[in-house]
Design a protein around this ligand. Structure first.
Ligand code: UDP
Length: 238
């Protein structure tokens, strides 16, 4: 079957990698997410990943405790590199060639990001892991994901979360919350739905990158969503 989305950017929040832990990286969970990536690749997709850093450090938390926001965000950015290296290590132990491309230069650790390199690696069948978000403080990895999806000419940005899509209210708190199969970017912004920050939504909207929100907790879901199957929400221009 032809894939609904051929080249995708998969965004995973750092918290997903904690598994049942309260902090840090649970390698078993990284392995489970890696299996999702492998299944999507086997289905024929070209994949770029953006992984957050919230399981290790968030700049806002540091700033709230009196740290300079720029330094705190740099720590968050480095946390995303640690997660990217964990994912690369696990993918390679499973026989998958993956390359970390970092937005901040760390030449002895990994390659420095460029769109041309990212596209080249994907065309060679490698999984690209875009680390460091945008490389700039005051941004998030969601915005980094929207940016990389546009730069790498991805057909969709898949945002793996703990719920199976976008709801009218928080489904964990409000049992009457309605699940949307489809919603527009403008509606997401107007209703102030907290799926991604407004900068990320605007960037995806302005560059015509549809965002698909789905549950990463269900095994096999990435490949399912790629085939347009299962339960998810598509956010698009209209
Ligand atoms: N961050 C940043 N610029 C970016 C991306 C990330 O400064 O372009 C920092 C920021 O401090 C953020 C942290 O890295 O809190 C971790 O990223 P994020 O909160 O997006 O991770 P997630 O919530 O997806 O785990």
């Amino acid at each position: 079957m032809a894939l609904k989305h051929k080249r995708i950017l998969l965004k995973i929040s750092g918290e997903v990698l904690m598994g049942e832990q309260a902090f840090g990286i649970d390698l078993g969970t990284v392995g489970r997410v890696a299996d999702e990536v492998i299944a999507a690749k086997a289905a024929g997709a070209e994949l770029a990943l953006v992984i957050g850093g919230g399981n290790i450090f968030r700049g806002m938390a540091g700033a709230a405790k009196g740290m300079d926001r720029v330094s705190a965000d740099h720590m968050g950015i480095m946390a995303t590199v640690m997660n990217a290296l964990a994912m690369q290590g696990v993918l390679s132990s499973k026989g998958v060639d993956a390359r970390v491309l970092s937005a901040i230069a760390m030449p002895t650790v990994c390659e420095t990001y460029s769109a041309a390199k990212g596209i080249h690696h994907m065309q060679k069948g490698r999984v690209v892991i875009c680390a460091g978000g945008t490389g700039l403080p005051f941004f998030t990895t969601d915005t980094g994901a929207a940016l990389r999806a546009a730069e790498l000419k991805c057909n969709a940005l898949l945002k793996g979360t703990s719920v199976d899509g976008v709801y009218s209210a928080d489904p964990k708190k409000d049992s009457s919350a309605k699940h949307f199969a489809h919603i527009t970017f403008d509606d997401v912004l107007a209703r102030n739905l907290k799926i991604m920050d407004a900068a990320a939504i605007a960037l995806a909207r302005d560059n015509g990158v549809p965002v698909v929100v789905f549950s990463i907790r269900e095994a096999g879901n990435v490949a399912r969503v790629l085939n347009g199957e299962g339960r998810f929400t598509t956010i698009s221009k209209d």
